[in-house]
Design a protein around this ligand. Structure first.
Ligand SMILES: [Zn+2]
Length: 329
């Protein structure tokens, strides 16, 4: 483990690995003392959680202590980490509407005191959420502090968006309609054609059509979308009346509702997870600022260099040059 002496570097490091501000990180460390009490049995250093949203779920291995010679240990640890990410995506996020809301916008994590999903869930439950099929979010009544805790329960309300936006899930067409917006799945094509090089997305090239495809299985290959940022490919496309949407022009409310509509669609989430997990097999690190809100090292192998940065949109500050930047839309 590398010791950081410079405070600015420390703040940056926390922001880039756990996607939290220094103060939030400190709060969550202090409040969860004991929960994450998991240390490497060799070096005794504390091990980071897979996700700060649920610290007790899985702790990341201490790669530095896993013997470089022990091929079998390396291999089984790599699989363990991948399985833990898969479980978190498919078992934890997919079915939990409260968790989907908690991670859809930073404000929920930041304003819940303590920064704990269990507290958030208890509060939302007591506000009597609308029907499972409705889309709703949490808002504050003017005059109350923007805090999510039991003492402020009178200051919060759930807003049912189904009354404000027409949201249609057209799974057959691979589309979600949110008002005038259309969110589309990546184009799926047969994986047979050998021109669709398995990892062509990893070549980071912008030129031509070869750089945007990823093969999931023998007969399933996705074509990803180009975005307004040359360094970023997107999994989904967002259009309005047939025109590609410039992300910077979206209102904050539209932006959050589009994100929530995606979170609430199992087919869309499964496709996103499938693509992310496939790329995880061939990168060094997953920097997931969307679902895990954490960075996870995936392999100790020094020959693997690139990281996968998963971000909501191509303008996100968490993208990095020389890495694979994949945005949701
Ligand atoms: Zn260790």
């Amino acid at each position: 483990m590398k010791l950081i002496n410079d405070s600015a570097e420390l703040v940056d490091s926390i922001r880039n690995t756990s996607f939290m501000e220094y103060e939030e990180f400190l709060e969550s460390e202090l409040l969860s003392a004991g929960i994450s009490d998991c240390s490497c049995y060799k070096c005794k250093e504390p091990r980071p959680p897979l996700t700060y949203i649920n610290r007790s779920f899985f702790t990341q291995p201490c790669w530095d202590c896993i013997g470089e010679q022990n091929k079998r240990e390396i291999k089984s640890t790599i699989l363990q980490v991948q399985d833990a990410i898969r479980d978190y995506y498919f078992e934890t996020i997919l079915g939990d509407h409260y968790l989907q809301l908690f991670i859809v916008d930073d404000i929920y994590f930041r304003n819940t005191l303590p920064h704990d999903f269990v507290v958030f869930k208890r509060i939302i439950s007591s506000l009597e959420p609308p029907d499972r099929n409705d889309i709703w979010f949490l808002d504050w009544i003017p005059g109350y502090p923007k805090l999510i805790n039991l003492d402020n329960i009178a200051g919060m309300r759930l807003v049912n968006l189904s009354n404000l936006y027409k949201i249609e899930n057209k799974d057959e067409e691979g589309e979600i309609k949110v008002g005038d917006f259309t969110i589309s799945l990546p184009i799926q094509m047969s994986g047979e054609n050998k021109h669709y090089s398995r990892y062509s997305i990893l070549n980071l090239s912008n030129d031509g059509s070869r750089a945007r495809r990823i093969k999931i299985s023998k007969d399933k290959c996705y074509k990803l979308y180009n975005t307004e940022n040359d360094n970023v490919k997107s999994i989904l496309s967002l259009t309005k009346n047939g025109e590609k949407v410039a992300i910077g022009d979206l209102t904050y409310q539209d932006y959050v509702i589009i994100k929530l509509a995606i979170m609430r669609n199992k087919k869309f989430l499964r496709t996103i997870f499938e693509i992310v997990l496939e790329i995880c097999k061939s990168v060094k690190e997953l920097k997931d600022s969307v679902f895990l809100k954490n960075s996870v090292r995936l392999t100790p192998t020094p020959s693997v260099n690139a990281s996968l940065c998963l971000i909501w949109n191509p303008l996100s500050p968490y993208k990095e040059s020389n890495n694979i930047n994949l945005s949701i839309f």
